[in-house]
Every structure is written in structure tokens, then in C-alpha cells.
Write a protein that binds this ligand. Structure first.
Ligand SMILES: Cc1cc2nc3c(=O)[nH]c(=O)nc-3n(C[C@H](O)[C@H](O)[C@H](O)COP(=O)(O)O)c2cc1C
Length: 366
């Protein structure tokens, strides 16, 4: 028994969709909690004006009745209100009438650092928009909606996931992050940063060492690395461990099976070890620049400047919400694999039985 997720939708198309399979029946989903995560994803200091243009909310097309899952595929929809401004440009069907609105002109100026160049070569497009519409981070709204469902499942077994921006443009204080964002905006430049995520309440033994693809550290790293603009992932003390001696690298075990430190970030041999799960994700500066980099016009083959389009200066706080959703999703998947059950109460009971079985050796932190 595992969770499955398929997402669909273009940035300026009609909607973003997430189909979640493998959920137990009877899980209560709080619509306001999903909407709250969608709203949080749109916030942050360096975001583009689009975020003010629309407030994402979730609709459900299947799998839910009176706020509880049915144990059938759950279809979540986030409508793109901005689609109304792209009636011709993003019409799913051959558009009728005179071209009007946004997206009418073909994009032929690939941005270094984006999907544009490889995307059109790979798929044989003649308009970069056909690649960037899906490559854009807009579709993380669907992942955040699915992540909110994962959080609801995790909450039933006492697991909580929270992420925050710990560094923006090299700055680590709120005032510093804000100032450097203003500075970058003025310079028509962009910034990256670092997000830290902490999951508490996971019991020891989610994930497995049995096969590489089972290892939860690998699964978490892969899911974070696959988020747009993420270029590095650390588990626990990560790269710093490479510079230490063994005596200072591991987490000594005390009676009660608690650890004195958490350098491993709660993950050993691809399994949770009962300590908080801690990861960090590094985000590169966003590739759409108001002062564009050199590129080539694909229509002429001549040197040109890259596409300039409405864009964020930095989106590290938004990344935190996306990272939170991704980690919640992967932990919920691992919990589903370990505890099974057709009804959520079965899963909760299996979790309780497991905690009871290991209780002579391991007790959850107070
Ligand atoms: C929350 C979030 C917002 C983003 N906003 C923008 C943006 O406004 N402009 C932009 O060029 N890239 C933005 N990106 C990054 C691009 O989507 C990403 O760099 C691009 O798809 C290429 O993928 P890669 O960086 O993973 O190689 C954003 C990424 C995230 C996670």
C-alpha cells in the first residue's frame, strides 16, 4: 500500500490538478488548511505581482464526501484565475477569432538557467512558451495541495512538518533578507537562498535499507532536488560531516534510546531513527532577469538578449512551503507503506501497535 501522485496543468492554462491515489478512507481534510498552504506558497517578500493577482484555493472533483476521503482517487484542482487574461494564447483548442490577450507572440529568446532551450529542442516546439508553461514553478501549487493532504494523514500519527527560509542572498536575518531583496530588485537582479525543513514525531523505522529505492534519505533528497531551482540538498549536517572526524560526526545513544545530538538529521541507513528529520535545500537565483543575460534568438540564430517576463526577485519563502509539502508527502508515503490500512483508523491503530511493540526499548520524546 502506497500513495501515488500525478499532477497536471500549465502555468497560464485553465487549472492545476493533483490526483492522489492510495489514501485510506475516512481521513478528514480541512479545506481551510489546504487553502492556507496555497496562500502561504504565494507569499514572501520577493514575489512577482502575479501573486497579488490571484489567491489560490482548492476545489475537489473526486474522492471526498462531506470532508472525508472515500479511499478512492482524490482529485484536487487549483484554478488559474490569470487564465482569463490568456484566452487566445493559452486556449487548449485551436483559438478562434483575432489574437488577443497575453501569450499571443511566440517566445524565441531562451533564458539561461530555465527549461527554454533544452525544452524546445527535446519536444520539437517552435515557441518557448510550450516548454516554460509546465516547467514553471506555478505547478507546485498542485504539489502543495497534495502536501496538505499528506499533512492531514501525518497529523493522525503525531508527525508535523515545518520549513522556513534560513538564508536569502547570503543573509540570515529578517532585516538582512529584506534589504538584500530590495537591493536585488533595484539592480534588476535575482537571488537564491536556503530552506531548512524539520519533521517531528516520526517514529523510528520509516523507510528501509533493504533496497536503494526504499531508502528514505534518498527519497527525500530526490523529491527536494526535483523542485524547480533547487540545486543542493543536505541531510542533517550534510556536507559539513565530510570535514569532521567520526567522533564528532555521529549521534551517541543514551538509555531510552534518545540521542545527544542530531547530526544525522533523524535519518540512518535510509530509515527514520526517532529524532527530528532535518534537511536543507539550496535554491539558485531565479533565471528570469529584468536585466537579461546574453542568449540567441531561435528564430534568426542571431545573438540576442534572453526573454524578460514578469518574475520573482527571489522565492525562498515560497520554496519553504513547497519543501514542507514535499517532505510531508514523502513521509506520508513511508507511513502508508509501514502502517497500511483501508480506513484511517486502521492506519492509526497499526501505528499505535508498533509504538507499543518497541516501547520496552524506545519511547517517543516527551
Ligand atoms: C517558488 C518558486 C518560484 C519561482 N519563480 C520563478 C520566477 O518568477 N522566475 C524564474 O525565472 N524562475 C522561477 N523559479 C525557478 C524556475 O522555475 C526554475 O529555475 C526553472 O524551472 C529551471 O529549473 P531548474 O532551476 O531546477 O534547473 C521559481 C522556483 C520556485 C521554486
Amino acid at each position: 500500500m502506497s500513495l501515488g501522485l500525478t499532477t497536471a496543468g500549465e502555468s497560464h492554462g485553465p487549472a492545476l490538478v493533483a490526483i492522489v491515489t492510495g489514501l485510506p478512507a475516512g481521513l478528514e481534510i480541512d479545506r481551510a488548511a489546504v487553502d492556507d498552504d496555497l496562500r502561504r506558497r504565494q507569499q514572501g517578500y520577493g514575489r512577482s505581482p502575479r501573486q497579488k493577482l490571484e489567491t489560490d484555493t482548492v476545489d475537489v472533483l473526486s474522492g471526498l464526501r462531506h470532508g472525508r476521503t472515500l479511499g478512492t482517487p482524490l482529485t484536487l484542482v487549483v484554478w488559474n484565475k490569470d487564465h482569463a487574461n490568456w484566452p487566445w494564447g493559452m486556449s487548449p483548442w485551436p483559438p478562434e477569432g483575432e489574437p488577443s490577450g497575453k501569450g499571443v507572440k511566440k517566445v524565441t529568446l531562451p533564458r539561461p538557467g530555465h527549461a527554454d532551450l533544452a525544452g524546445i529542442l527535446k519536444y520539437g516546439h517552435d515557441d518557448v512558451r510550450n516548454a516554460l508553461e509546465r516547467a514553471s514553478a506555478r505547478h507546485t501549487a498542485a504539489h502543495v495541495a497534495a502536501g496538505a493532504v499528506a499533512k492531514a494523514l501525518l497529523a493522525r500519527i503525531g508527525v508535523r512538518v515545518e520549513a522556513r527560509a534560513v538564508e536569502i542572498g547570503g543573509e540570515t536575518t529578517d532585516a538582512g533578507m529584506k534589504a538584500i531583496t530590495d537591493e536585488a530588485r533595484k539592480a534588476k537582479d535575482t537571488l537564491g537562498g536556503v530552506v531548512e525543513v524539520v519533521a517531528t514525531g516520526a517514529p523510528p523505522g520509516l523507510g528501509s535499507y533493504a533496497e536503494r529505492s526504499d531508502r528514505l534519505d534518498g527519497r527525500l533528497a530526490a523529491t527536494l532536488m526535483a523542485i524547480q531551482a533547487v540545486k543542493g540538498v543536505e541531510v542533517g549536517d550534510g556536507f559539513d560531516l565530510a570535514r569532521r572526524r567520526g567522533i564528532e560526526a555521529h549521534d551517541e545513544i543514551e538509555p531510552g534510546l534518545r540521542r545527544r545530538t542530531n547530526r544525522a538529521g533523524g535519518l540512518e541507513a535510509g530509515m527514520t531513527n526517532g529524532e527530528p528529520v532535518v534537511l536543507r535545500a539550496a535554491m539558485k537565483p531565479l533565471p528570469t532577469l529584468m536585466k537579461p543575460l546574453d542568449s540567441v534568438d531561435l528564430a534568426t540564430g542571431e545573438a540576442a538578449q534572453a526573454l524578460v517576463e514578469r518574475s520573482d526577485v527571489q522565492a525562498v519563502e515560497a520554496l519553504a512551503v513547497i519543501v514542507e509539502a514535499a517532505v510531508a508527502w514523502e513521509l506520508a508515503r513511508a507511513a502508508r507503506e509501514k502502517f497500511g490500512g483501508d480506513a484511517i483508523d486502521d492506519l492509526v491503530a497499526a501505528h499505535a501497535a508498533y509504538i507499543e511493540r518497541i516501547a520496552p526499548l524506545w519511547q517517543p520524546p516527551a
